[in-house]
Write a protein that binds this ligand. Structure first.
Ligand code: NAD
Ligand code: MG
Length: 388
């Protein structure tokens, strides 16, 4: 039996992971499940999967979780540090599906105990790629990408030499506003931004898809994961979301990964790696697909993509600043304090204000240095929003 934990178990990726685990319950011993607000779901899954411990990140919900699990034999805990402690409990494989930079510290604990880290939490690669990778190396731990594009690239590279790669293309659906006229974008509402044409995902990543901040994070994630130069990473808008990524080799061959927009493929691939096992995803009928289309993204419509290039050119802690400013701008868009287009303006302004900051370009990275930059970027974003 493999020992597994799921961090962010109540979210979209967490629930898809649980769906796969429930199909083969005898294969897994569940150590920890963590969530935050959805206590009923967390308790239900912890009982059904016989988890050792269930943790809510929200300290104020401890009693509610305790009550929901009374008599079940499942241990309960709450608070940010309890999530990190749960991540450190010995396991063979851990899904990191917390949203945002909050996933960084727990992910590092997983690597420190040498477990395989299935990484949906792209933010930790963006804000601390160097730290995440050195921690994995020091503890002989594997990191398996779960983002569909990165899983696709990872699969395209099996048996290949990375030095033979000439280009990596990741696709983007274009999100909710792909075909909107530019002059309407300023008035885009929260309700409109959180509706995705193809994928069913958490609220934050859905809005990030409409603004392309999600793809901007993924470009940086690609650079960190595969350690390729930024110039060889391309983004194409592909409205059908069937081709997730393509790897181009120096002989001109382009290998595409094709599949329906169902995260259980990438999750299942990471769960069973290095084997391939049957997964309950739709088998594509290529003859029935009327067309697959691709186009270059317009960086005026999606300035986040231009900002990602700036971040990669700066290096160091620029990723931490970029991610934190984005998270804060998104918080303010969700609370309807700023408009849709202002998110990119705020992030750009934070990057520029902090560009002279000492330590920004430092390659030396610790959890504290990343958290410090993260904190500074969030405060700067708040300041900009408060005094426009
Ligand atoms: P979600 O909002 O549906 O779920 C987030 C999970 O994190 C929940 O379990 C929530 O309880 C927990 N959480 C939230 N804030 C927390 C905090 N401060 N501390 C601890 N736990 C906290 O999000 P999601 O769509 O499942 O995305 C999770 C991660 O996976 C994100 O990094 C996202 O970018 C990435 N991802 C998601 C998809 C997708 O299809 N949903 C695809 C690729 C990558
Ligand atoms: Mg993705």
């Amino acid at each position: 039996m493999r020992k597994i934990s799921i961090l962010g178990a109540t979210g979209s990726i967490g629930q898809n992971t649980i769906d796969l685990v429930k199909r083969a319950p005898d294969d897994y011993e569940v150590v920890a499940l963590t969530g935050a607000q959805n206590i009923a779901q967390l308790a239900k899954d912890a009982i059904e999967l016989r988890a050792k411990v269930a943790v809510t990140a929200d300290l104020a919900r401890l009693e509610e979780l305790r009550t929901a699990l009374v008599g079940s034999g499942v241990e309960v805990a709450a608070g940010v540090s309890a999530v990190t402690e749960a991540a450190a409990r010995p396991a063979d494989w851990v899904m990191s599906a917390i949203v945002g930079a909050a996933g960084l510290a727990p992910g590092l604990e997983v690597l420190k105990q040498g477990a395989a880290l299935a990484l949906a939490n792209k933010e930790s690669m963006v804000c601390a790629g160097a730290l995440v990778k050195t921690t994995a190396k020091e503890h002989n731990a594997h990191i398996l990408p779960v983002d569909s594009e990165h899983s696709a690239v990872f699969q395209g590279l099996i048996g290949e030499d990375i030095t033979a790669v000439e280009r990596i293309i990741i696709t983007a659906s274009g999100g909710a506003f792909r075909d909107w006229p530019m002059d309407k974008l300023a008035g885009a509402t929260l309700a409109q931004a959180q509706t995705h044409p193809n994928w069913d995902m958490g609220q934050r990543i859905t809005i990030d898809s409409a603004s392309m901040f999600n793809k901007a994070l993924e470009v940086i994630e690609t650079r960190e994961f595969f350690e390729v130069p930024p110039e060889i990473i391309e983004v194409l808008v592909h409205p059908q979301s069937m081709v997730h990524a393509l790897v181009g080799f120096k002989d001109g061959a382009l290998m595409a990964h094709v599949g329906p927009p169902d995260m259980r493929h990438a999750i299942g691939f990471a769960l069973h790696w290095p084997e391939r096992r049957h997964l309950p995803v739709e088998r594509l009928d290529l003859a029935a697909l009327s067309q697959l289309t691709f186009r270059a993204p317009d960086e005026k419509r999606w300035p986040a993509l231009r900002l990602a290039r700036e971040v990669m050119a700066t290096g160091g802690h620029a990723g931490a600043v970029f991610n934190a400013a984005k998270e804060r701008a998104l918080d303010h868009f969700i609370s309807e304090r700023i408009g849709f287009l202002q998110m990119a303006e705020v992030v750009e302004e934070v990057l520029h204000r902090l560009s002279a900051q000492s330590g920004l370009t430092n390659a030396e990275m610790t959890l504290d240095s990343v958290l410090e930059m993260d904190h500074l970027a969030r405060n700067t974003a708040d300041e900009i929003i408060a005094n426009p």
